[in-house]
Ligand binder design. Structure first.
Ligand code: HEM
Length: 437
C-alpha cells in the first residue's frame, strides 16, 4: 500500500494522470514515502532520514479525490504550518538546523496559519482584486503586443521565410510576460531585472533535495536578500506606486510586518509570479496544439474562448502538480471513511482532484467549452487559495487570445512525443516549446 510519487522521475512526470487515476481507485488517501522531490529542501530532518535510507514517520498521505481535497483545504483542522504539531524541543531543533538564508522561504505566508496568515494576507490582497485587475488590463495587453511585435521583428531580421518562422514559446513569450508584470507591480526596477532573474533561476532549485548544502543556492539567497535590503532602503527614501513601497509604509505605520516577513512576501510573490503563469501559458498552448479539433474551435473565436482555454488548461494540465499543497492534521480526523491520525502529513493532489470523474465528466478529455471547468482547484481552495489567481487568469486570457490572433498558423516545431514534461519544484511545464508561426 505504498507508492513513491517522485517528481524528479521522468516516468512519473509522463504518467502522472494515469497514476493518479489508479490512486483515486485505491482509496481516498494513499501513503507516499518521503520520496525524492517532496519539498524537504526546508526540512533537514527529511533529507537526513532519507540519506540514511530510513523513511521516517514524516511520509505523507496523498489525497487523490476532488471532494476530499476540497474538504481538507477548507478545514481549519488541517494546518499549513508544520511547527503547529511540534514540541517546543522539535521547534528549537528545526530553528537551529535551518540556515538563516532559508528562513524567508520556510516561513512564507504559504506555510503559516492564522492569525499570522490572516494579517499578512490582508496586506497584499487589495492588489489583486477584480478592480485592480481591470486597471492592469491595458498594461498587460500593451506588453503582450510588444512581445509579439518583437517576435515578428526578430524573425524578419533573421531573414526567415514566413512559413519557416521559429521561436521558443517559453523564452520569447510565456516567460517574459508574467515576470515583467510582477516586477512592475512589486517595483523592481527594469535595470535590476536581469540580475534578479539569475538569482531566481537558482532559487527555484532551492526546493530540491540537497539545496541546504548547495553553496550556490545559499549564496543567491543571500544575494537576493541583500539586494532587497538595498531596494527597501531606496524605496523608503523615495516611495513609489508599487507593492514594496506600500508594504514599507505599513511597516512604518504600525509595525505589523517584520523585516523577515516582508522579505519572505517579496520572495513568494516574485517566484509565484515567475514560474506558475509561465506554465499556464505554455501548457495551454501545448494542449491546444496537440488537440486539433479544439485548436480549430479556438481559432474560430479566440476572444470568446480565451476564458474557457484558461480554465480547461488549469484543470487538465494545471501548473501546480505532483507532491504539493502540504497539510498537517491537528487532531484525529476522518476522510472519505479513512482515519487520519493526529499529526499526519497530507499532500493534497490538486491535479488528481481536477481529473476526478466523480466531479468532471470524461475528465481525460480536453474540452475548452466544458461548462464547469472553472470548478477546478488548480489555485487551491480555502484560506490559502492563490492570491495571484485573478492576475494569472487575466494574463492567460490576454496571452492566448492575442497570440493566436497574431499567429493563427502557430504549430509545434517538433513531434509532440518528443516534448518532455519537466518539473521545477512541484510545477508541471516545459522548459522549451519550439514552435513555428
Ligand atoms: C498560493 C497556484 C499564480 C501568489 C497558491 C496555491 C496554489 C497556487 C495551488 C495554494 C497553495 C496551498 O494552499 O498550500 C498558482 C497557479 C498559478 C499561480 C496554478 C498560475 C497559473 C500566482 C501568481 C502570484 C501567486 C501570479 C502572485 C503574483 C501566490 C501566493 C500564495 C499562492 C502569495 C500564498 C497564499 C496564501 O498562503 O494565503 N498558488 N498560483 N500565485 N499564490 Fe499562486
Amino acid at each position: 500500500d505504498s507508492v513513491v510519487l517522485d517528481r524528479e522521475d521522468p516516468e512519473f512526470l509522463a504518467n502522472a494522470p494515469a497514476i493518479y487515476a489508479e490512486l483515486r481507485a485505491l482509496g481516498p488517501v494513499v501513503r507516499c514515502p518521503f520520496g525524492r522531490g517532496i519539498s524537504d529542501g526546508v526540512n533537514p530532518e527529511g533529507s537526513r532520514a532519507r540519506e540514511s535510507g530510513r523513511v521516517p514517520g514524516r511520509d505523507r498521505l496523498f489525497v487523490s479525490r476532488y471532494d476530499d481535497a476540497v474538504s481538507v483545504l477548507l478545514s481549519d483542522r488541517y494546518a499549513s504550518d508544520m511547527r503547529s504539531v511540534m514540541t517546543p524541543e522539535q521547534r528549537a531543533r528545526l530553528e537551529a538546523t535551518m540556515p538563516e538564508e532559508f528562513r524567508p522561504l520556510a516561513h512564507s505566508i504559504l506555510m503559516l496559519d492564522p492569525p499570522d496568515h490572516t494579517r499578512l494576507r490582508k496586506l497584499v490582497q487589495p492588489n489583486f482584486t477584480a478592480r485592480a485587475m481591470e486597471l492592469l488590463r491595458p498594461r498587460i495587453q500593451r506588453l503582450v503586443n510588444e512581445l509579439l511585435d518583437t517576435i515578428e521583428r526578430k524573425a524578419a531580421e533573421r531573414g526567415e521565410a514566413v512559413s519557416e518562422r521559429r521561436m521558443d514559446l517559453i523564452e520569447s513569450f510565456a516567460y517574459p510576460l508574467p515576470v515583467t508584470v510582477i516586477s512592475d507591480m512589486l517595483g523592481i526596477p527594469a535595470e535590476d531585472r536581469e540580475q534578479v532573474h539569475g538569482w531566481a533561476e537558482l532559487l527555484l532549485r532551492a526546493d530540491r533535495k540537497d539545496a541546504m548544502r548547495d553553496d550556490r543556492i545559499r549564496a543567491s539567497l543571500r544575494a537576493f536578500s541583500q539586494y532587497l535590503d538595498g531596494l527597501f532602503e531606496r524605496k523608503r527614501r523615495a516611495p513609489a506606486e508599487d507593492m514594496i513601497s506600500q508594504m514599507l509604509h505599513v511597516q512604518e505605520d504600525g509595525d505589523t510586518l517584520s523585516h523577515r516577513e516582508m522579505v519572505s512576501m517579496v520572495f513568494i510573490l516574485f517566484f509565484a509570479g515567475h514560474v506558475t503563469t509561465v506554465n499556464l501559458i505554455g501548457n495551454g498552448v501545448f494542449a491546444l496544439l496537440t488537440h486539433p479539433e479544439q485548436h480549430a474551435r479556438f481559432l474560430a473565436d479566440p476572444t470568446g474562448l480565451a476564458k474557457g482555454l484558461v480554465e480547461e488548461t488549469l484543470r487538465y494540465w494545471g501548473p501546480v502538480d505532483y507532491i504539493s499543497t502540504p497539510r498537517i492534521a491537528l487532531e484525529e480526523m476522518e476522510l472519505g471513511g479513512t482515519r487520519i491520525p493526529k499529526g499526519e502529513n497530507l499532500s493534497v493532489g490538486l491535479s488528481s482532484a481536477n481529473r476526478d470523474p466523480a466531479r468532471f465528466a470524461n475528465p481525460e478529455v480536453f474540452d475548452i467549452t466544458r461548462p464547469d471547468a472553472h470548478r477546478n482547484i488548480a489555485f487551491g481552495k480555502g484560506i490559502h487559495v492563490c492570491i495571484g489567481a485573478p492576475l494569472a487568469r487575466l494574463e492567460g486570457q490576454i496571452a492566448f487570445e492575442s497570440l493566436f490572433q497574431r499567429f493563427p498558423k502557430l504549430r509545434l516545431a517538433v513531434p509532440a512525443e518528443e516534448m518532455q514534461w519537466g518539473s521545477v519544484a512541484n510545477l508541471r511545464g516545459f522548459t522549451r516549446i519550439p514552435v513555428l508561426f
